[in-house]
Write a protein that binds this ligand. Structure first.
Ligand code: DAH
Length: 356
């Protein structure tokens, strides 16, 4: 029995892996194992012999079983230690750089414009991009025969023969939102409407889809002087420097009188700089809302009057951020977007300063 003990306890201690351990278990205490066979011999012994051998064999069996269990745990621990030694990770390493998207200059400038006008008490209004020709033209005092209809290179929606619904267009300007806002809230009114507009035109300074922001202020005593102050205030805040404006008499069907507005700029070195020099750049159309337009919006022109203006957002973005070609705005070229785009947390605020 001592021989068996030494043999198995030593072998278990030396076992290299779980398979070897299982082999030893079968050899020692399995059904036909050496210890088990010895236990079968108990039956042939005298009662006296059995009284000594029985407990001794049981003790040996228990000793071998616990040696097996302990070695199994030791082997598992060693395996885990070996894995931990090779599979380690330096959690203090800096993370890999991931490219994040950027805010498109049009979105950025729209936010900037909205923030400045919001500060002057203008709310934001919206209207549909697919308009009836009544909102886009007639209500704005542009009747069917008016040359402005032809000049605008309008996209008309297809209509099946016999379709009696009013013709729909892709809005050619944001001005129809003036009418929708008047209908919705009545006077007084103070809104801007930034949004997409469409015209069939394509070259370095024209794309079939572009952006405008409409402005409308109606009250009992709103005058051209208010218009001038609001626009000068806007341009100075937007460009971050005092900007002189020049009002030129003009004509729009929906305003009377009408003015086109230029801002002061210089062309030195082939690049345009706003707010200095003695050149002028046309940036918007404006005027006092035509009485017929007020009427179309359900507002009594004998009681109320006001001003309106329309600015090209894309043009503003090109001027402020030195972007030379309008078409690139809509090419979705990642290199362009990374260059001209804005960080997503770089939200424009008045107190934080609107210029980069
Ligand atoms: N709707 C005009 C255009 O798209 C711009 C415009 C001019 C808007 C004068 C106005 C305005 O509100 O008063 O060319």
């Amino acid at each position: 029995m001592d021989d068996l003990r030494i043999k198995y306890i030593d072998a278990i201690a030396a076992a290299a892996d779980e398979a070897a351990l299982e082999e030893l278990r079968l050899q020692a205490v399995g059904k036909k194992g050496e210890v088990s066979l010895k236990m079968r011999e108990l039956g042939k012994m005298t009662p006296e012999e059995r009284q000594v051998a029985g407990p001794a064999l049981n003790a040996l069996k228990n000793e071998i079983n616990s040696a097996l269990a302990a070695k199994k745990v030791a082997l598992a621990d060693a395996a885990l230690d070996a894995r931990l030694a090779t599979e380690w990770l330096d959690v203090t390493l800096p993370a890999r750089n991931r490219r994040v998207g950027t805010i498109h200059p049009i979105s950025q400038v729209t936010e900037e414009v909205t923030a400045i006008f919001a500060d002057m008490g203008f709310a934001v209004a919206e209207g549909p991009q697919i308009e009836t020709d009544w909102y886009n033209f007639d209500a704005l005092n542009i009747p069917g025969h008016h040359p402005a209809r032809a000049e605008m290179d309008t996209f008309y929606t297809h209509r099946a023969e016999g379709d009696e619904r009013p013709p729909h267009v892709l809005r050619t300007h944001t001005s129809p939102v003036q009418i929708r806002s008047m209908e919705k809230t009545g006077a007084p009114i103070r809104i801007i409407c930034p949004g997409r507009v469409y015209r069939a035109d394509y070259d370095q300074t024209h794309t079939p889809m572009f952006h405008q922001v409409e402005g409308l202020a109606i009250g009992k005593d709103i005058s051209m002087a208010n218009l001038k102050w609001v626009l000068e205030e806007f341009f100075s805040a937007f460009f971050g420097t005092e900007v002189k404006t020049r009002f030129r008499a003009s004509h729009f069907p929906f305003t009377e009188p009408s003015a086109e507005v230029d801002i002061q700029c210089s062309w030195e070195g082939g690049t345009v700089k706003v707010g200095e020099g003695d050149d002028w750049l046309e940036v918007l159309g404006s005027g006092m809302v035509h009485p017929k337009v007020l009427e179309a919006g359900g507002i009594d022109p004998n009681e109320y009057q006001g001003f309106a203006f329309g600015i090209g957002i894309d043009r503003l973005a090109m001027l402020k951020y030195g972007i030379p070609d309008l078409r690139a705005f809509f090419d979705s070229d990642l290199r362009w977007l990374r260059h001209y785009g804005f960080a997503s947390l770089d939200q424009p605020t008045l107190h934080g300063g609107l210029t980069r």
